[in-house]
Design a protein around this ligand. Structure first.
Ligand SMILES: Cc1ncc(COP(=O)(O)O)c(C=O)c1O
Length: 285
């Protein structure tokens, strides 16, 4: 990262200094949260699972019926942003957002010719926890909509829940719906019960997390049993280990839930195994 440099961002087809970006107050992302986003991690300048992130972006655009944007083009844009911001060999995050564009406010879609708004920016990666120590989480009722499989910029319930977590001295809030502990505000949720990894199956109630996919794939490769079945709230107390998984948290042990320790309150052996496998996958990818 260039010290004190003004970031260069991508906005509607151009690379611009960030202060030169002017967003219309009619943008449907601003008015309605009508858009999708992605966050991609680079390790020493090498993107991890970039194709999977862009595929999910493509799927989100299709689900929202936002046309005229080729999600795959963000691969080159992400690389260019690292280069232009002096992060070509850094640990970084690239944030990508597409909205339905700017048009006078009405709920139904704007005219066909309305161009989507595209934006991407690179930032230095800052870890949110230490995997050797683990993190605390709280549980909260899931107040989100029933299309959590879309990575929509409409994140108000996630923001409110994450704020509650911060106020409780926790890193994440995990959402509970009908007694099932589904996922956290910005990460997936997994547990170990009788040596088996358990996590909620993919559905409209969770984001199809790329890190979750990687972890489950690593488990299958290593013959670690996996059960895609939700962890129930009343079972949390009996978990041998719990983890969060996500682009920014990687595989992070949860050592406390709602003030109660998980196991002996320290990261466990399954986490260490999976974390090592995860880092090997990153290094080989
Ligand atoms: C609600 C939610 N679940 C899970 C995740 C983890 O997804 P990924 O592993 O693709 O980063 C995220 C990431 O932002 C998220 O927002």
């Amino acid at each position: 990262m260039l010290d004190h440099a003004i970031p260069t961002v991508f906005f509607n087809g151009e690379y611009l200094p960030k202060p030169s970006v002017h967003l219309s107050p009619d943008d449907r992302g601003f008015l309605f949260g009508d858009g999708v986003y992605e966050v991609v991690r680079s390790y020493g300048g090498r993107f991890f699972a970039l194709a999977e992130h862009l595929e999910r972006l493509h799927r989100g655009l299709c689900e929202l019926r936002i046309r005229g944007v080729d999600a795959a083009e963000f691969g080159d844009i992400a690389r260019e942003l690292l280069d232009r911001n002096g992060m070509a060999t850094d640990d970084a995050l690239v944030y990508i957002q597409v909205t339905r564009g700017a048009a006078p406010r009405r709920h139904a879609f704007p005219p066909e010719q309305t161009s989507p708004t595209t934006y991407a920016t690179a930032m230095p990666f800052q870890p949110k926890g230490d995997p050797a120590v683990g993190v605390k989480v709280i549980t909260l009722a899931d107040t989100r909509w029933t299309r959590c499989d879309i990575k929509s910029v409409n994140l108000l319930p996630n923001c409110l829940a994450n704020q509650r977590a911060q106020e409780a001295g926790a890193v994440e809030a995990v959402f509970v719906r009908d007694g099932a502990v589904l996922e956290a505000t910005a990460s997936s949720f997994l547990g170990v019960f009788d040596g088996t990894i358990r996590t909620a199956p993919k559905s409209n109630y969770i984001l199809p997390s790329i890190t979750r996919d990687v972890v489950l794939d690593l488990c299958r490769e290593a013959d670690i049993p996996v059960l895609e079945m939700p962890i129930l709230e009343h079972e949390l107390i009996a978990a041998e280990e719990l983890f969060l998984a996500g682009t920014t948290l990687e595989v992070m042990p949860v050592v406390e839930v709602d003030g109660r320790p998980v196991g002996d309150g320290r990261p466990g052996p399954m986490h260490r195994r999976l974390y090592d496998l995860f880092r090997q996958r990153v290094n080989s990818g």
